[in-house]
Structure formats: C-alpha cells, structure tokens
Design a binder for this molecule. Sequence first.
Ligand SMILES: NC(=O)c1ccc[n+]([C@@H]2O[C@H](COP(=O)([O-])OP(=O)(O)OC[C@H]3O[C@@H](n4cnc5c(N)ncnc54)[C@H](O)[C@@H]3O)[C@@H](O)[C@H]2O)c1
Length: 248
Amino acid sequence: MSIETIGIIGGGVMGSGIGQALAVGGAQVTIRDVNDEMIAKSRATIVEGRYGLNRGVERGKTTQEEADAALSRLSWTTDVADLAGVDLIIEAVPEELDLKKKVFAELDEAVKPEAIFASNTSGLAISDINKGVSEARRPRFVGMHFFSPAPVMQLVEIVHAPETAEETIAAIEDLCSRAGKASVRVKDAPGRYGFIANRIYFAAVREAQKVLEEGIASPEDINKAMVYGFKWPIGPLAMIEGATKGWQ
Ligand SMILES: NC(=O)c1ccc[n+]([C@@H]2O[C@H](COP(=O)([O-])OP(=O)(O)OC[C@H]3O[C@@H](n4cnc5c(N)ncnc54)[C@H](O)[C@@H]3O)[C@@H](O)[C@H]2O)c1
C-alpha cells in the first residue's frame, strides 16, 4: 500500500512539524485541531515558524516553488469527518493515554477501515493505545515517533505491537523514505518509556541533572561541555527546554 493522503490529529509543536515534513515529501496532508485559533497557530508555525516553509526558502533548503507546492498540499479542519478517506492517520495530541484512546476510538468510526493509524507518542505503549480501536484495526495500528523539530530531524521510530502487521510497518517505512526520513524498527515495550533514542538520551539528562544538583558546574557549562566535548548540537539541559516549549 502506498500512502498518499494523511490526516494529522493535533496541530501543535509536533503535528504541525510532521504535517509540514510530509507535505514537503509529496503527501496530501489535512491537520485536525479543536478550534480555529489552534488551526491559525498551526498554519503560522508551518508558514512563518523558525523551521517553517518561509525560513526553509530563506536558508536555501527548499525553493519558493517547492514551498508553495507543499503549502498547496496542506489543509486544516476541525471536523473529523473530513478525514474519512485518508490512507494514514498520525495522532499528535497531548501525551495522555486516555485522551489518545478516546481520539482513536472516534477516528475508528469515522475513517475508512483500510487506513493505517499511527501514534506519535513519545513513549506510551502502542499495545495500550491500540485498545482504543477495534480488534479489526489493530494490525494497521503502529507507533510513528518523530523527533522535534520534525521538519529537520530525520529519525522516525516505527514502534510495533504484537498485533501490528508486517505490511503496516513496510508501508510506513516506504512513506518515511519518500519523505527523506530515516526509520528504525522498535518492539513495543510496555512499562519502558522512550523507545530507543529517548531512553538513551534520558539517561544522559539524568546524569546532567545530578551534576547540576551536586553543584559542580553551572547549567550553561554542562550544556557547553557536551557541545564542545562530544559535538552534540545542543546541551542536555537546553534540549529539554526546546522539546517542551518548542523551537521558536
Ligand atoms: N514536543 C516534542 O519534542 C515531542 C517529540 C516527539 C513526540 N512528542 C509527542 O507528540 C505528541 C504531541 O506533542 P506536542 O508537543 O506537539 O503537543 P502540543 O501541546 O504542542 O500539541 C497538541 C495539540 O493537540 C491538540 N488537541 C488536543 N486534543 C485534541 C483533539 N481531541 N483533536 C485534535 N487536536 C487535539 C491541541 O489543541 C494542540 O494543538 C505527544 O504525544 C508528545 O509526547 C512530542
């Protein structure tokens, strides 16, 4: 199955970035959020944001024509019914299990049975979230964990539950590669938060916080040590701030 049309649920930091990245990659993307104010915010992030289309043109990452074409492939809605015919749903609402299950239960009714459902959860178990949909949908339910800022970061962790079908994983891998993303496969591991990259990263953050608590270095110098000592693009403490408040 080739994924051509995508519905994104939640146009916040991640949903907007993912929508932009996939529209640049050639997909037709509709972003759903709860009201017009959130939709205006999502559109502004994609058009004028720090990692948005206009800046991409200014920095020579894309041409004006490519940016215009990507924008023409994007639309926004508050109505789930507008997503009925999409090939793939990517959910990016806040990180609360009950909310995600509720959102997917509503989508299970509204979206065609062949569509794949993916959650951008940072670490909740896919085999918990997929309880929101019918058993019939679960082979087409998967984790699709993007990194922030999604238009820039290449990695997507594809998280598969025991019920996830191989064809589902293969279709997501194909979409990732068409959008210039690098994907890795991860087995769902209920009770463990963070898949591959964040588990390793969180271990470094915990140690950075211990160094800070011990009072042996300032936050600025802890960040500087990793940037200049290990060529990290950003220090461990600065990274938390960007990930939670956005990269504006
Ligand atoms: N921020 C990051 O660095 C990062 C990275 C990877 C994954 N994630 C995950 O992505 C998900 C979203 O995170 P975020 O940082 O984008 O959050 P956010 O708060 O920026 O955005 C959430 C959006 O969802 C909308 N929303 C809430 N309920 C909704 C509903 N029922 N239907 C449609 N939209 C709804 C909100 O209005 C908001 O626009 C979380 O699961 C988070 O763990 C975040």
